[in-house]
Design a protein. Structure first.
Lengths: 248, 312
């Protein structure tokens, strides 16, 4: 994504306007912080923002990788043994549709406070997009290619590995990018209840009416999500390219 | 004749304005429970109506930002805690909030542990490595306790509301209200042992009816009427809470009428305002709280506590 000069200018003007409005006391600084006040938070000692940031970022990466791997492998399995679909789809749909904020308190009761609850909240949230995208992608092989595989008497696993998985790649990328953003949602929802990281920071900053800290934390969350999405795309293109070189 | 008639019409018009009720809203920061009984009573028994108000009571929930709702002008009256008034008035001194009535004289904040753990005092709870302490970080009283009992050796975990985790783990201690979580635990036969935070030296006014300072200056008579009517409503509720408890139970079915009665009994111990009137706050208490909030580094400036509450 190319960011235009005018985009930068637009945001610069927007932030300057917000700064002015709050300095002129048209809106209370306790409702919306000044942009410079938010910037100051980033310069405070690391235990205020940076340590929670790295904890949340770390958990988001771990849950994203675990959920994606698990979802991908499960989708392959379901594709191979289509009967499994009947049993697994209702369950995955349940986890997809139930709001994580309603499930998180239960997770704390089952898994206790701390990382297990947070990871399970994130896994629930970011599992489905990869699972669904892979399943759809696997069925997108072109008719001609499929016929060729039949003609060459390819085994079930050969067909999966060399025909269906490659044809699922574009879908998979879309699913992975959706999951990247969702992993942050899942981790923060978990942290609100199970503690630690930016989730707990937002919760306590809100109680102390520190909106500057809340906004700084929100920016960090968005940054984690964006980084994960872009990193996914970058790695994907790298692997994708290598894959095709090998195919040639 | 015409002049007489128009004068008559004008008089009739202005009288009809006087007769009209002032429509207003009180925002609560939690669901209908006895700690708000007086406000519901005010509507139920027509006390607010008699004082010239048509009051809509807005229920709250977990994290309802009532100070911000007041500040932004969404509502004119809201329930906050006195700590929230300190934080708010420190963050934006130009838009102060002012307390006009306090439901509790003594704060209902407590920490409870399982009595099977045989803790002698709160210090033991905080300094015991075996204990898991469920506290909501950022709350002023939690800051107070963690500073008072430093070094804290218990493992601090977030507060998730209710008593589900307390029920599951006998080594867990948690925060709550003596009028709510403690009673829930008792009713579930969990044998809780509780310590009031007020007895440890941190005793803010809780469930405080507050307004914006500019609103108060412009509408002093109206605010006074509201405070006086609220007091009358609370006196009435404490005398005969049955009908209002029934109404609150309909609005909040998860709290039984029996539980409401138990809660009210506990509340009465914390509502001993004598020799002052019900809901009336003490200057010294506000001043002392201000000093504590400052020494806990929760507020940066020395607060002008005289402007933080108004006696009616």
């Amino acid at each position: 994504m190319k960011i235009l000069k005018s985009t930068w200018l637009f945001y610069l003007i927007l932030f300057a306007a917000i700064e002015f409005i709050i300095r002129a006391d048209l809106i209370s600084a306790s409702l919306v912080p000044r942009p410079t006040q938010v910037l100051e938070v980033f310069l405070q000692p690391p235990q205020i923002l940076w340590i929670p940031f790295f904890r949340t970022a770390g958990l988001a990466v771990v849950s994203y990788v675990l959920a994606s791997l698990f979802a991908f492998l499960l989708a392959l399995l379901v594709r191979q043994f289509s009967r499994l679909q009947n049993y697994l789809i209702p369950l995955t749909l349940f986890f997809q549709t139930v709001p994580i904020i309603a499930v998180a308190p239960l997770l704390v009761i089952y898994f206790g406070f701390g990382i297990p609850s947070i990871l399970s909240a994130a896994l629930i949230v970011c599992f489905f997009p990869v699972f669904a995208a892979t399943l759809v992608g696997l069925s997108q092989a072109s008719y001609n290619h499929s016929e060729l595989f039949t003609f060459l008497k390819a085994t079930r696993w050969q067909r999966l590995l060399w025909l269906e998985v490659p044809s699922a790649v574009p879908h998979l990328l879309a699913g992975l990018k959706a999951s990247a953003g969702l992993s942050v949602v899942g981790v923060v929802s978990g942290e609100f209840l199970a503690g630690g990281g930016l989730g707990a920071l937002i919760d306590s900053a809100r109680l102390q009416q520190r909106v500057d800290l809340v906004f700084a934390a929100l920016l960090c969350l968005s940054l984690i999500g964006l980084c994960l999405m872009n990193l996914t795309e970058f790695l994907f293109r790298l692997i994708f390219k290598a894959y095709f070189v090998k195919m040639d | 004749m015409r002049a007489f008639l128009s004068g008559f019409v004008a008089l009739g018009f202005s009288l009809s304005i006087f007769a009209a009720e002032t429509k207003t809203t009180i925002a609560l920061n939690w669901k209908p429970e006895p700690e708000f009984g007086g406000f519901y009573e005010g509507n139920q028994k027509g006390i607010y109506k008699k004082a010239g108000f048509e009051v809509e009571i807005l229920e709250g929930g977990s994290g309802t930002p009532t100070p911000q709702m007041l500040m932004s002008g969404q509502v004119d009256y809201a329930i906050v805690s006195s700590e929230e008034i300190f934080l708010n008035n420190d963050r934006d001194p130009k838009r102060k909030l002012v307390a006009i009535y306090s439901v509790f004289e003594k704060s209902p904040y407590m920490i409870m542990a399982h009595s099977s753990q045989k803790m002698k005092n709160l210090k033991e709870v905080f300094q015991n490595k075996e204990i898991t302490l469920s506290l909501q970080k950022g709350l002023p009283y939690v800051e107070f306790l963690t500073q008072k009992f430093a070094p804290v050796k218990a493992q601090i975990v977030p507060y998730t509301g209710g008593i589900a985790v307390f029920e599951k783990n006998s080594k867990l201690a948690q925060q709550g209200f003596i009028t709510s979580e403690y009673l829930m635990a008792q009713n579930q036969k969990l044998e809780p042992q509780a310590w009031l935070v007020a007895d440890e030296g941190f005793n803010p006014y809780i469930a405080v009816l507050a307004v914006r300072e500019d609103f108060l200056i412009k509408n002093k008579d109206q605010v006074k009427k509201m405070a006086v009517a609220t007091r009358e409503a609370w006196v009435s509720y404490l005398k005969s809470p049955e009908a209002t408890n029934q109404l609150m139970h309909q609005k909040n079915p998860s709290m039984s009428v029996e539980m409401m009665n138990q809660s009210l009994t506990k509340m009465k111990d914390l509502m001993k305002f004598e020799p002052l009137r019900l809901g009336q706050m003490k200057k010294e208490r506000w001043y002392g709280m201000g000093q504590q909030m400052q020494s806990l580094k929760l507020i940066s400036k020395s607060p002008e506590t005289d402007k933080f509450f108004q006696d009616f």
